[in-house]
Design a protein around this ligand. Structure first.
Ligand SMILES: [Fe+2]
Ligand SMILES: [Fe+2]
Length: 285
């Protein structure tokens, strides 16, 4: 699931707070309140819990302006969704808009980022699956929503993909931004998507998951032995009649298949009558 854009905590301290960055966050969210519904998100979360997944992955934009209050509220929400060992989070551009710079930025969410590694990409193993967690979130001007991985993250990603591939693991790569051309505008793009695709082409992966586009998308990127599927989830809080496609999440059912794996995608989401239902299922070759 992706892009919950949780509602910012309410004002408590009057005018001073109203003039602060956290008021910007509240105003920005209120402007989009018809787009992001807490009731829809709650229904999606209930549906995910009923599915009882082995692991949840969440591709960013928990907050709107990354204020300390939003980070704290998001931590509470995360903890209610799953214990840290059951959920891996890749942050989004909205989670980096304000606040401390550098590697400490996501310390409040450290438990949900991964088990192995000193910094992104973190790795988490669950059975035959290696969840490889990149961070494309970086501080940008308010009118931009770009992402960047940076050379050192890409270099470490190459080594991780190579080692996990040698072990025969299912390499599930997470990041917030889409990686294929034309999925989002330049203003919202991953600036080093081309070197990321080149790293994937050289070393391979079984699946890439992202959010950010607020749309259900599927694409392919080249790998060393055929195409790698790239799957995007819409916002988990999108209403049925907003500018963006309605909320959904993807159940990923991974099985060994000969020397490799097969991945069945079960798409579940909001229908026009307000319920959450299965929208379809397909197998990624
Ligand atoms: Fe988003
Ligand atoms: Fe985003």
């Amino acid at each position: 699931m992706s892009d919950p854009h949780l509602p910012p905590p309410r004002f408590r301290n009057g005018l001073r707070e109203l003039l602060s960055k956290r008021s910007l966050s509240r105003i920005a969210w209120r402007r989009k309140r018809h787009a992001h519904s807490p009731a829809v998100l709650a229904a999606i979360v209930d549906d995910v819990k009923a599915y009882a997944p082995d692991h949840i992955v969440l591709t960013g934009d928990l907050t709107n302006f990354a204020t300390p209050e939003e980070f704290a509220a998001a931590s509470v929400w995360l903890r209610e969704l799953s214990p840290p060992q059951g959920l891996t989070l890749s942050p989004g551009n909205h989670d980096a808009l304000t606040g401390v710079s550098g590697a400490d930025r996501f310390t409040p969410w450290a438990d949900w980022l991964g088990d192995e590694g000193e910094s992104f990409p973190y790795v988490r193993r669950r059975g035959p699956v290696a969840v490889i967690n990149l961070c494309s979130a970086l501080p940008t001007a308010f009118y931009l929503a770009q992402g960047e991985l940076g050379a050192s993250q890409l270099e470490r990603l190459g080594a991780i993909l190579q080692a996990a591939g040698r072990e025969g693991l299912y390499r599930m790569v997470l990041l917030h931004h889409p990686i294929t051309v034309g999925m989002v505008s330049w203003r919202k793009s991953l600036v080093d998507a081309a070197p990321l695709r080149e790293t994937l082409r050289r070393h391979g992966a079984e699946l890439v998951l992202h959010g950010h586009a607020h749309a259900p998308t599927i694409a392919m990127t080249a790998g060393p032995a055929g195409a790698i599927p790239v799957l995007g989830a819409p916002s988990a809080s999108s209403g049925a009649h907003g500018r963006h496609p309605a909320a959904r999440w993807h159940g990923l059912e991974i099985e060994r298949d000969g020397a490799g794996f097969s991945t069945r995608v079960v798409a579940r989401g909001l229908t026009a009558d307000g319920g959450i239902e299965e929208l379809g299922r397909y197998v990624l070759a």
